[in-house]
Write a protein that binds this ligand. Structure first.
Ligand SMILES: [Zn+2]
Length: 274
């Protein structure tokens, strides 16, 4: 009788308790294991070195201008791209999924524009860059726009148009350079304290009249809208067609080079000699 009871208890233990126990142990082990890995992967940001390496690799593969720089300039340029990316908050609008690549190329475009500046090259007044998938409605302007820069430190960009401008190097249209040129002007209080601006302003105003009175002009018609747009359109042209710009308007080209402390024509000529 006692043997029968012991046997029944053993069978109950074997068939009901042991499997349940094993399941609980397995579940606990796997939970600890997976939650440990997930926490590790999600909560550990890349180290400074990894973050920097990612920037350098993206510049190498997706930012052709990087290859026109000397080794020293590449280090400086990558550093500046790093600083700019770190100093801005990037937001994808309308479900636009932002990746590292978007942030790096946008940061590098600003680094390129301000590469000749010693200080404030990251335009610290502008902390927020919002990226739309395509053109978007501006309530302020009451129309569809491809980019917008506001005095309150916010820049809005259509990724579709940014990408098109980035891919086509010499069509004189680059929404990224255009908006960052506006931001630069705001950052430096309309260049009022910049000695080179006086000279540029005289030529810029004369150019606006010329653009306005001609059906076809080297500079985009939009440049004649006001001096802010003239500056932004000139910056786009300066980086995208420097040789033609200098050939047609050497003094205005020099004035723009003086404002940005950069000379794309000289860089191209040096590259040809090497
Ligand atoms: Zn504009």
């Amino acid at each position: 009788m006692a043997l029968a009871i012991i046997t029944i208890l053993a069978l109950i233990f074997w068939f009901f308790v042991v499997p349940d126990l094993a399941t609980k142990i397995r579940s606990r082990l796997s939970r600890r294991h997976s939650s440990g890995l997930t926490d590790y992967e999600l909560n550990t940001p890349p180290t400074g070195a990894e973050y920097f390496a990612n920037i350098v690799n993206t510049l190498k593969s997706d930012f052709p201008w990087y290859h026109t720089l000397t080794i020293q300039e590449r280090i400086e340029f990558a550093n500046r791209t790093f600083v700019i990316r770190k100093s801005k908050a990037f937001y994808g609008m309308e479900d636009f999924v932002l990746t590292d690549k978007h942030e790096i190329i946008i940061s590098a475009t600003l680094a390129r524009l301000t590469f000749g500046l010693k200080r404030r090259f990251e335009l610290p007044s502008f902390e927020l860059i919002q990226i739309y998938p395509s053109s978007f409605h501006s309530r302020l302007l009451e129309r569809e726009v491809k980019g917008l820069t506001l005095g309150n430190g916010r820049i809005f960009i259509s990724w579709q148009h940014f990408e098109e401008g980035h891919a086509d190097h010499d069509d004189k249209i680059h929404v990224g350079l255009h908006e960052f040129a506006h931001a630069m002007m705001i950052e430096y209080e309309h260049f009022e304290a910049v000695p080179q601006w006086k000279n540029w302003l005289v030529m810029g105003c004369a150019m606006m009249i010329e653009i306005d009175t001609q059906d076809e002009h080297f500079f985009r018609k939009y440049g004649a809208t006001n001096i802010h747009e003239m500056w932004a359109v000139t910056v786009e042209t300066f980086f995208e067609q420097p040789i033609e710009f200098r050939r047609l308007y050497p003094e205005f080209y020099d004035a723009t080079a003086a404002m940005l402390n950069q000379d794309p024509c000289a860089r191209m000529e040096i590259l040809e000699l090497m």
